[in-house]
Design a protein around this ligand. Structure first.
Ligand code: FRU
Length: 502
């Protein structure tokens, strides 16, 4: 690679998000807060910047914004690739991998067995343990610990269940091509007993992958807990390709019962918009939550990419960032339990004083208005907009007159849009340039958006996190302009506040 291309490509390196130094990554794995540190493991190709040689990479952060990359944690070998999974702190040393005074971390991962190995072609669940707080890992000698003779059984997320039924480990994994989440129980992480299966339900337009299961208080009331089952699927998302859906219901220690199932069995393509999505954008996949997050918070990170074009995005030598960490909570909206999401990192940790720009009560008339003094390439934008006569209105971020990403509202369609057709480099894959939509309604007559813009992404949290859209963009480094626009009429900016991070 020439120095010039290296420099160009590095202009996309995110400031607010994790990306590996020089290699490929996909799903976040083994997210855990342990001994004061957030650990992010991830599907990693240690040798290249396309998918392959799947191993677990490793990074840590004190604040979910600044990350330090470490040595590969669990490496593939001649028998197996190390697919996605999770990590638990085995406090009572139920596994016996540590001691009572020095309990271990235990990783539960999918062994994707290679041809020529003893379990050639199968996917089964295996263990590795760490006695040094997550920095070095040893594979269990009796792997795999859970093998059901399936070639599509993967992505175990293990949680500690304590409830009416007792106290034990619960694993949720997928039978990917059956569109099922399967639940198992164990007392020692080594012996697993089948509890139940959930699905197919709601979206089944692609394989089910990377599930999660966790309880959350409803409307902040600790006495009213409901359980959330998240399932990622690929393809079949609301704007095509990879995406994550969720169900809210109850878990009695054996069975998850959904209260938000819209369709049972295989999906009804006409009802895709009625299902519950973790994110409506093109680039929010394999979302999974942290174990043991401080303060009982439920924090999630997703892979910010889409299998449709993942191996082609124009970054080098690294490829694929993670999303921001988000805190999810459960609220009753129109009588139904719904996830609300907010960015969770400690942005105060970013170096240098953040610069700001503000505006209030300003009408936008038909056309585009560049906001002098608001330009930037890494920023948080908080805007409240009231509709007028315009058929579409909103913001253009990372613009330069010719290119820019529109983040707008089409009030009569009830749609939030991200239009990245002119967002910068788009021609590396035929499906990348797109206008993507999510359903949105006014709240108190207006639309409120919080948008995080980075060197290669936009993440939109609309209506206080009720609707989110996450999308990659690859603008020229000189495209830093911020503008507001209205088409076919007027709209009003009730308030606008921009915080510049870089
Ligand atoms: C999801 C996924 C998982 C699998 C991993 C392999 O993106 O396909 O199901 O464990 O990636 O890298």
């Amino acid at each position: 690679m020439t120095a010039a291309t290296a420099t160009t490509a590095e202009t996309f390196r995110p400031a607010l998000h994790y990306a590996a130094r020089s290699t490929w990554l996909n799903d976040p794995n083994g997210l855990i807060f342990h001994e004061g540190v957030f650990h992010l493991y991830y599907q990693n190709n240690p040798l290249d910047n396309v998918w392959g040689n799947m191993s677990w990479g490793h990074a840590t952060s004190p604040d979910l914004i600044t990350w330090t990359e470490h040595a590969v944690a669990i490496a593939c070998d001649e028998d197996e690739d190390i697919f996605s999974g999770s990590i638990v702190f085995d406090r009572e040393n139920t596994s016996g991998f540590g001691t009572d005074s020095a309990p271990p971390l235990v990783a539960v991962y999918t062994s994707a067995f290679k041809s020529g190995s003893a379990h050639s072609g199968l996917q089964a669940q295996s263990l590795a343990y760490s006695r040094d707080g997550g920095y070095t890992w040893t594979k269990h000698t009796a792997n795999p610990v859970l093998n059901r003779g399936s070639a599509e059984f993967r992505d175990p997320k293990v949680i500690r269940y304590t409830g009416d039924a007792g106290s034990y480990w619960v694993m949720v994994a997928v039978e990917a091509t059956d569109f099922q989440a399967v639940l198992y129980k164990s007392y020692d992480l080594k012996n697993w007993e089948l509890l139940s299966a959930f699905g197919p339900a709601n979206a089944t337009g692609g394989v089910w992958e990377c599930p999660d299961l966790f309880p959350l208080p409803v409307d902040g009331d600790p006495n009213t807990l409901r359980w959330v089952l998240t399932v990622n699927l690929n393809p079949g998302g609301p704007n095509n390709g990879s995406a994550g859906q969720y169900f809210v219901g109850d878990f009695d220690g054996t069975t998850f019962t959904s209260a938000t199932t819209v369709t049972e069995g295989l999906q009804d393509p006409d009802r895709l918009g009625e299902y519950q999505w973790l994110d409506w954008g093109r680039d929010y996949y394999a979302a999974v939550s942290f174990s043991d997050a401080p303060g009982g918070r439920r924090l999630m990170i997703a892979w910010m990419n889409n299998w449709e074009y993942a191996n082609h995005i124009p970054t080098s030598p690294w490829r694929s960032p993670m999303t921001l960490a988000r805190e999810v909570s459960l609220h009753t909206i129109d009588g139904k339990p719904r996830l609300i999401q907010r960015a969770a990192g400690d942005f105060a940790s970013l170096s240098g004083p953040a610069r700001t720009f503000s505006l209030a009560d300003t009408e936008i008339s038909d056309g585009t208005r560049i906001l002098d003094g608001a330009a930037g390439s890494v920023q948080r934008i908080d805007i409240t907009l009231a509709p007028g006569s315009a058929t579409e209105f909103g913001l253009i971020v990372r613009g330069n007159g010719d290119q820019g990403t529109r983040i707008g509202i089409r009030p009569t369609q009830g749609a939030l849009i991200v239009d990245r057709r002119d967002s910068g480099q788009t021609d590396f894959h035929e499906t990348f340039a797109s206008i993507d939509t999510a359903p949105i309604r006014t709240r108190d007559g207006s639309y409120e958006l919080s948008i995080y813009v980075d060197h290669c992404s936009v993440e939109v949290f609309a209506q206080d996190g009720q609707v989110t859209m996450t999308e990659l963009i690859f603008p020229a480094p000189t495209s830093t302009g911020l503008a507001v626009y209205a088409s076919g009429g007027t709209a009003t900016i009730t308030s606008l506040h921009v915080t510049q991070y870089a």
